[in-house]
Design a protein around this ligand. Structure first.
Ligand SMILES: [Zn+2]
Length: 452
């Protein structure tokens, strides 16, 4: 069933979206608004000049010439995807993932020489176009930064994409490299590069082995350098942490202690942290208490973790592969979700659709019953973590980056794919469809020779 024809929206101007159903956790409070049984408010939303100009309890908006009756459909803020790898993405079929972490790393590095300016632009554009059509307003992408030469090349590609997509899908980069890079000769140049490109700093913390005495001295030193470089430049930090089922590679406490001794005031986000879920309850509790003291935040990538973790040939996985999501949320710590890799050496599938990621997260984490707060993992929480509190919620004065769904209940919204959703970008309807895979393959020289 298509969205009704009366939802043919004007592209600009003053417009009232009447009888919208907005989950209370995704909007500013609206006095007098009725709440439905699933926690959504019934609202009239006034849009003017590309922004939300007013929020009213249903039926209380002032007269407006142009009214679109949403008839109780769900209206959400556009999504935020705060953990992606756009530079790796959409390399299938020239890259054929084997479903393992080792394969992800080795096949990606083997692919690097093919990452010309044009190749990066085509694949990153494709990812951004998917996200835009699905209603994603901002993306943070990790940028492969293993050597300074590769880093400069990859970051320049990101910068071109960032300029091209600004205002549609706002893009922010973060370095991803082994933590050794932050004690190497190029550390300062790499930090300057990220800063010049509007990016932030990160690294993979479980690449540094413990010393002979079982301590994490080398990691602690690298973290100290990273926090010092970030502090000097006023940059936030976003790390890849413990994507392993090895319980002896457990670096969250080291990161927390480094953060506490650094005096670093920026945001610190820890991605993955999957072996936390395998720890004894007392260890989880103690680790999260330390994380709270150190003001750490978390981001989980449920879909690719289900795919990658606990994969053993011929054996069905016993573990969902995700972090201790519900314990993190219960401890009052911010938890966002991200799409992560997409059709590349690390993860074979994906379409940059954060509604799909949210639906997966709710099921994989069992983050429902109650659902309260879970919807913010793909919007409000990541918006705050990437320093964009103007996004990820519906509020007066904020950009009208919105998604209208056909669903009139949350249950239906989370049940059907909502492929016919309508996306508004700064109040304008997004009419670009999803980009086509065979056109990308043609442009990359990967088209099926039988058909071309
Ligand atoms: Zn990642």
């Amino acid at each position: 069933m298509q969205i009704d024809s009366n939802l043919t929206l004007p592209v600009t101007g003053r417009l009232l979206l009447a009888k919208a159903r907005v989950p209370a956790e995704l909007t500013d409070p609206v006095p007098g608004a009725t709440k439905d049984a699933e926690g959504a408010l019934l609202l009239d939303v006034l849009i003017e000049g590309g922004r939300v100009a007013g929020l009213f309890a249903m039926g209380n908006a002032p007269p407006v010439d142009r009214v679109v009756d949403l008839a109780g459909r769900h209206l959400w803020p556009a999504f935020i995807d705060m953990h992606t790898h756009l530079d790796c993405g959409h390399a299938i079929p020239r890259v054929r993932p084997d479903g393992t972490i080792h394969g992800g790393f080795s096949l990606t590095t083997e692919d690097w020489p093919r990452w010309s300016d044009e190749d990066l632009a085509l694949r990153m554009d494709f990812g951004l176009a998917c996200a835009h059509a699905h209603g994603v307003a901002a993306i943070r992408s990790h940028v492969d930064s293993e050597t300074l030469a590769y880093s400069q090349h990859h970051w320049r590609a990101l910068e071109r994409a960032r300029t091209k997509w600004a205002g549609k899908v706002d893009l922010q980069g973060v370095t991803i490299c082994a933590m050794e890079a932050w004690v190497g000769d190029d550390a300062r140049a790499l930090a300057d590069l990220a800063a010049d490109m509007g990016g932030i700093l990160g690294g993979v913390t479980d690449t540094l082995d413990r010393g002979e005495n079982g301590t994490y001295d080398a990691l602690a030193h690298a973290l100290d350098r990273l926090f010092a470089l970030a502090k000097e430049r006023g940059l936030d930090v976003d790390l890849h942490v413990d994507q392993t089922e090895d319980l002896t590679a457990f670096t969250i406490p080291e990161i927390a202690r480094a953060r506490l001794r650094s005096g670093f005031q920026g945001k610190v986000v820890l991605g993955h942290c999957v072996n936390l879920a395998l720890m004894p309850p007392k260890v989880i509790e103690g680790t999260l208490a330390l994380a709270r003291e150190a003001d750490l935040a978390f981001v989980s990538m449920p879909t690719p973790m289900m795919y990658l973790m606990d994969r053993k040939q011929g054996r069905t996985p016993r573990w969902r592969g995700v972090t201790a999501a519900n314990e993190i949320r219960a401890a009052g710590l911010p938890l966002a979700i991200g799409g992560d890799n997409c059709r590349d050496a690390w993860y074979a599938y994906g379409d940059h659709d954060m509604l799909d990621t949210l639906k997966q997260a709710i099921r994989i984490f069992q983050a429902d019953e109650p659902l309260t707060g879970a919807l913010t993992m793909a919007s409000r929480v990541p918006a705050d973590l990437i320093g964009r509190p103007d996004l990820g919620r519906i509020g007066v004065g904020l950009p009208a980056n919105l998604v209208i769904f056909q669903a009139r209940s949350l249950n239906v919204l989370l049940s059907r794919d909502q492929a016919d959703r309508i996306v508004l970008n700064h109040g304008r309807r997004v009419t670009d469809g999803l980009p086509l895979h065979h056109e990308l393959e043609q442009a990359l020289g990967l088209a099926d020779p039988v058909l071309s």
